[in-house]
Design a protein around this ligand. Structure first.
Ligand SMILES: [Zn+2]
Length: 234
């Protein structure tokens, strides 16, 4: 029986390490995904600003064309003024010229606004490109390393499991089944110890006679509350 308890203790030690490594199998891919996501976000931000800048510059070109058009028209009308005969026609043409000049001054204001926005966009884009490069460098520096760590931790878990399973072969089938169920359902703690006359798994007070039984180690003792296997110490 002492031999069985010793095997259970060793199995628990392996399962505790497996438990820690299981956490890593979740955390490491999360770290990797978060680095990939950061780069993706940075790419998208840069792309959006580039599009905004494109739009702005296209808008500026259109407005410049409008101004040129208006200037051409205005020049043509001014030429016509020289040959006009009636006062009424003169007034109409003059008003058209004024209208075009007013329009151009408005477009010019809009153009100035666009140019200011363009300068701000370019500054922002520069910052965003820096962030993009940083995200890309960080992924490059860690991707291979994390992938390797993920592979290794999975390999380690396989090794530990097979070591544990080899040990389990020396136990009765019912005890293996019970141990396995405890590992699965009791937070990976199947074997716990007497912690000042309380179960270290659930804190339940161990009766004095059971304390003695645990110390003697002649049988497998289960916690009366949580059902875990109680040993004198781990
Ligand atoms: Zn307990």
């Amino acid at each position: 029986m002492k031999k069985q308890l010793e095997i259970l203790i060793q199995m628990q030690k392996l399962d505790t390490v497996i438990g820690k490594k299981n956490i890593l199998t979740k955390e490491l891919p999360q770290q990797l995904n978060s680095l990939k996501q950061s780069l993706k976000d940075a790419d998208e931000t840069v792309e959006a600003s580039k599009n905004e800048l494109d739009e702005n510059q296209k808008d500026q070109k259109l407005k410049e064309l409008d101004i040129t058009d208006n200037n051409t028209k205005s020049a043509k009308y001014k030429n016509q003024l020289l040959t006009i005969e009636t006062n009424k026609e003169y007034k109409a043409l003059n008003s058209e010229i004024n209208h075009l000049e007013k329009k151009n001054s408005e477009i010019d204001d809009e153009l100035m606004g666009l140019m200011e926005a363009e300068a701000e966009l370019k500054e922002r884009l520069e910052e965003e490109r820096k962030a993009q490069k940083k995200a890309s460098d960080e992924l490059k520096a860690n991707e291979k390393k994390l992938e390797k760590e993920i592979q290794e931790v999975n390999k380690d878990i396989e090794k530990l499991k097979s070591k544990r399973n080899v040990m389990a072969k020396n136990l009765p089938r019912e005890l293996i089944r019970r141990y396995g169920a405890l590992i699965k359902n009791k937070n990976r703690k199947a074997v716990v110890f007497n912690d000042n006359n309380a179960c270290s798994g659930c804190g339940y007070t161990i009766r004095p006679q059971v304390v003695i039984d645990i110390k003697e180690g002649d049988s497998v003792i289960y916690c009366e509350s949580c059902g875990r296997i109680l040993v004198a110490h781990l």
